[in-house]
Ligand binder design. Structure first.
Ligand code: 5AD
Ligand code: SF4
Length: 464
């Protein structure tokens, strides 16, 4: 953490302590996080700052002294959600003019977006981007000093920041960044424009962070990068993702290593072998395919073909026959024909994915795909999405049915979202299992016998 940021952090901490002395209450904060795990991790850092400044977390907007929106712009829907929610806050701010509202994250890095918020939402006090998240204490300090609205978005990334504070959501599992940014420029994707070029953290820093997490009770880590397979290449010192996994695998007390996301063009046999030979790296590959048509993959600039992807799947099954495989798929990419779409269905049938995140293509201004001819109607695209989802759920159901009566290892994560009286956890293959048990099991890895297989979840009972 930079010295000046520490200074501002300490100053706000002192002011807040004084406020608590005078009023008998602690200031409260709330963060709305949109988008992916990268953003979730960034919000943990923002909360880390806020906790050190003496703020208390609240889930109730009306009682918050500070509300932060950590935004996402991957699809239009993510953006409209932010804008409509932000509009609702206007009324709250009218009732409580001292409330501070901040907007940060990927959406702010988009050309013109910060200016749009600046003029259309004058009640927003703070605007910053992903590259200068670590300067948050300074911006907040300046607002408190009466210097008016603080708006700063940097065009370029500022390297890798180490030693930032962090508020971890769970005591037993943790997100760990390993590489920031993306160099791939898939033609539909906004990420390389808002997250900058690939920057890897030093292996020693990652290992040290994970050792500390394990010492604090963490048993599962998820390594984060837009393309974890290219981790280390920019360091040009021989660091590789496979090497990192091998070293993390040695950490005593750590039970599971997850990672997100793998780009198929960089998945090597060496890496699959490393994963197969490791004792802690999970039996789950999330390998976004995006389309089953080699023609569309070329237009997407994915740099692999349908055949190569199927070859990778064979390779994974050769070394790890029981591994689960999940994916991301976009339907309705500009110019996708019915024949192209049928290639996607064919690939899905051949691979037999355990699960998939599926999306209708969303036009992102500034990307090459936004300039491509797109004659297919939204209605037709939605209809394709439905057909794809039907195919995927049939396959998932078949795979899950085979788990009936087997015993699986589950990391217990907490009460089930749909039934508070039950526990919910995940297998190494990333399947959700719901079962009855004491809350004291949360954070532990337990054996569960599957009693009822459903399409997207498994139900079970604690095994003897
Ligand atoms: N439209 C639809 N889906 C997109 N994704 C990325 N950009 C777009 C877009 N413009 C999907 C991809 C990616 C996932 C994180 O989001 O499938 O893997
Ligand atoms: Fe976007 Fe492609 Fe980079 Fe993934 S690899 S973040 S889809 S540009």
């Amino acid at each position: 953490m930079q010295e000046q940021d520490t200074y501002y952090l300490n100053e706000i901490c002192t002011q807040n302590a004084l406020y608590t002395q005078q009023t008998g209450r602690k200031k409260k904060c709330l963060t709305h996080t949109f988008g992916c795990q990268m953003n979730e991790r960034d919000s943990e850092i923002l909360f880390g700052f806020l906790a050190q400044m003496g703020y208390e977390k609240t889930d109730i907007e009306a009682e918050a002294d500070l509300v932060l929106f950590n935004t996402c712009c991957i699809r239009e829907k993510a953006e409209s959600k932010v804008l409509s929610h932000l509009g609702e806050l206007k009324k709250l701010k009218q009732k409580n003019p001292d409330m501070i509202i901040g907007v940060c994250g990927c959406m702010m890095q988009q050309k013109g977006m910060a200016d749009m918020i600046r003029s259309s939402a004058p009640y927003v006090d703070l605007i910053f981007g992903t590259h200068n998240l670590h300067h948050f204490p300074k911006y907040l300090y300046d607002v408190y000093q009466g210097k008016g609205r603080q708006i700063e978005v940097l065009d370029k990334e500022e390297g890798v920041q180490e030693g930032l504070p962090s508020y971890r959501e769970y005591p037993f599992k943790a997100l760990v960044n390993i590489v920031y940014g993306c160099n791939n420029f898939c033609t539909y994707c906004i990420v390389p424009y808002v997250r900058g070029r690939e920057r890897s953290r030093k292996q020693a820093d990652i290992v040290q962070e994970v050792k500390q997490l394990v010492a604090d009770g963490v048993v599962e880590i998820t390594l984060l990068g837009q393309n974890v397979n290219s981790y280390g290449l920019d360091l040009q010192d021989g660091t590789t993702f496979a090497g990192l996994l091998q070293e993390l695998d040695q950490i005593e007390g750590l039970r599971r290593i997850r990672y997100m996301t793998s780009h198929p063009k960089d998945l090597t046999e060496e890496l699959v072998k490393t994963i197969a030979e490791s004792s802690k790296v999970v039996d789950h590959f999330h390998l976004p395919v995006q389309s089953g048509s080699s023609r569309v993959l070329d237009l997407m600039n994915r740099r692999y073909t349908k055949e190569h992807y199927l070859h990778l799947i064979d390779m994974i099954r050769k070394y790890m026959p029981d591994a689960a495989i999940s994916t991301d798929i976009i339907v309705g990419f500009p110019g996708e024909t019915e024949e192209d779409f049928l290639e996607t269905i064919d690939l899905v049938q051949k691979v037999k994915f355990d699960s998939a995140f599926t999306f209708v293509y969303s036009k992102r201004t500034g990307t090459p795909a936004a300039r491509m001819e797109d004659p297919t109607s939204l209605e037709e695209k939605k209809e394709r999405l439905q057909r794809l989802n039907d195919a995927l759920s049939d396959i998932s159901r078949d795979i899950n049915d085979k788990l009936q009566d087997t015993v699986v290892e589950v990391l217990v994560e907490g009460p089930s979202k749909t039934n508070e009286a039950m526990l919910s956890g995940r297998t190494t293959t990333n399947k959700t299992v719901i079962f009855a048990g004491e809350p004291s099991l949360i954070g532990q890895i337990v054996s569960v016998k599957i009693t009822e297989a459903q399409t997207w979840i498994l139900k079970g009972a604690l095994a003897e």
